[in-house]
Every structure is written in structure tokens, then in C-alpha cells.
Design a protein around this ligand. Sequence first.
Ligand code: NAP
Ligand code: ZN
Ligand code: ZN
Length: 351
Amino acid sequence: METFSVKAFGTEAPEADLQQMTIDRREVTAKDVEIDILFCGVCHSDLHTARNEWHGTVYPNVPGHEIVGRITKVGNGVTKFKVGDLAAVGCMVDSCRECEQCKHGNEQYCENGNVQTYNGHDIHLNKQTFGGYSERIVVDEDFVLHVPENLDLAATAPLLCAGVTTWSPLKHWNIGPGHKVGIVGIGGLGHMGVKLAKAMGAYVVVITTSPSKVADAKRLGADDVILSTDKEQMRANTNTLHFILDCVSAQHDVNAYLRLLKVDGTLALVGAPEHPLPIAAFSLIPARKNFAGSTIGSIKETQEMLDFCGEHAITADIELINIQDINTAYERLLKGDVKYRFVIDMTSLKG
Ligand code: NAP
Ligand code: ZN
Ligand code: ZN
């Protein structure tokens, strides 16, 4: 298969810094589009993977799955895009398309494993996939999204993971008017969860460990805010929430948050800490509570979320960085020190 080289930023080992490297992309096949990447968001999953915290990272690893760019080439069988169109790519670039989940449009739950945008298995080149910290990417048009024309492009990039990962569970659990929803962990995912749950009509409660985010919560759209390190505030909010979206990236006591749920309430975990989270039986049993999980969202859901954000003028709050600052950005991400998503300006790689 024909390939071409592009500049990228990635890492060769769990403890190594990210640095510039060269990777191969396939030439477009019939159904592929080639995208010149303009912006790429920095997800905590990039850091977990680059540092092999979930195990199974194949090196070199080029992270990045919040990709926005412009189409520069299309295969002769492409019908949904043309050269010059804006386009976006999220966390997956393919799936088996034959299993029950794929047939029902839930390719994120592909029973054979969806092909992740990075550190997935590239069936075309028979090696690991490389993500959006790169100049260009080639993707099957079925896994490429249309970008609303009215949104700021850099601030749109985080919608491709943080947006859909919070949108999908909020939709799945039918969140809307009359629901009191807690969002735990106000980073990239959490701050999008606040904006989306509010736009869906829910009463939104921010639950944060950061005093500086208490002051910011109302600006993001929250109706109320709990500083989770304050035991009195946590106690005062026992049995008050219908649903909690847990977006925390590190070890935390899930039992403390389960206490905030009403009878039959659900805590859905989207945060993916490195180590298991212990749950006490009596955090669930006495009030028939549910502890659930959710991963990203389907391509259909991703497009619906992007269109909804276009209609409601919703984007992420971002700090734009050059790719040469990615290692410092990772250190700040670990401290919860970003309001609320780093986005890489890809001209810094191309220049
Ligand atoms: P992020 O921007 O780093 O935000 C994580 C937030 O968690 C922090 O801002 C902080 O919020 C809170 N936090 C951190 N350490 C904590 C601790 N020890 N105790 C309590 N809260 C703590 O990360 P992100 O990019 O939003 O990603 C969040 C998690 O979701 C990551 O694990 C990521 O891998 C995962 N993820 C999952 C999916 C999926 O499909 N399920 C998709 C994308 C990402 P406060 O300052 O408000 O406390
Ligand atoms: Zn992500
Ligand atoms: Zn499948």
C-alpha cells in the first residue's frame, strides 16, 4: 500500500517526553479522505496512553483524538465530503461493521473492538494507528464528521471526545428538565458535561475538588456547586441527585459521590483512572443505586452533538498551545490546572 510521511509529535516510551517524529499515512483509498489537521485537543486519555497507564500501549505512540481540519484529498468513492470542506475526527476511525452493535449504530461498542484513532490496530498498514498530534490524517469517510460553520474551530476540537463522551450518557439516561444532575471533576470532560446537561434543561450541580472552579461553576452554567473536600457540604447534599456523571481521571472515593444519589439514582463513570475503584456494597444496596459506565459515543451521536452545539453556540473553554509545549501541558493536566481544555494549534508543528 502506498504511503506518505508526515511530521508528528509522540513518545517512544512510558517515561519519555513527547518529541517530534515522522510517521507514515496511507494514500487515500476509495472511501478515504485526507485531512489537513488545524487543531487537536489534549485529552487526559492521551496522557494515560502515552504513559502506558492502561497498559497495552504500542510505541511509538502519537496521541490525539479531538481533531478538526480541512479536507485536502478524497478517494474516488467518497460521497459525503469534498476537497476544502471542514471535517473532524474523534476517538475511533473504524469498526468491524458486522457485529450486532455495529449494525445498530453503536460502533463505539463494536463487539470486535472499535479501531481507536491512536494505539488501535490499523488494518490497512497492519500496525498501530497514529492520532491527531500530526500534520495530516487519512480516515474512512464513515468515521469523519461535519463541523458546524458557525463555531470557533479551535474550541470545537474538544467536542470530538470531551463533548460526545459526556453527551452520550446524558442522552442514554434521558437527562432533561426535572433532573438534578451532578458533574464530578471539572476538567475537559466535566466542563462539557456541565454545558451540555444545562442546555438539555437539567438542574446542574458541579462537584469539584478545586476552590478556583467553585467560583467559575456558575459561569459555565451550573445551578449549584459542591466543594467535595468540604465534608459538611457533601453531607448537606446527601440523597439529592438523580444522576451523576463521574469525569475524574485519578483515584477517588466513589462511595462519597454515590451517597449524593437519590433512590434508583445512577452514577455513570466516564473517567478512567489507572487503578480499580473500590465500592462498598452498602453504597448501592439500601437505595437500589446503579453504578454504570459509558464510552465515547457513536458516529451518529457525535454528529448530533456537533449539530446541537452549532445550534446552541456551545464550544469548549480552551487554552491554545504550541505543540512544543505539550510536555508542560501534560504536567499541568495532572494538577487539574487547565480551564478547561488544552488545544494544540497545529501550525506550530508545520511551521
Ligand atoms: P482532565 O481534564 O484532567 O480532568 C479531570 C478532572 O478530574 C480534574 O480537572 C479534576 O477536577 C478531577 N480530579 C483529578 N484528580 C482528582 C482526584 N484525585 N479526586 C477527585 N477529582 C480529581 O481529564 P479529562 O480529559 O476530562 O478526562 C477525564 C477522565 O475521563 C480521564 O481518565 C480520561 O481518560 C477519561 N476519558 C474517558 C472517556 C470515555 O470514553 N469513557 C473518554 C475521554 C476521556 P476538579 O478540579 O473539578 O476536582
Ligand atoms: Zn479523549
Ligand atoms: Zn462491530
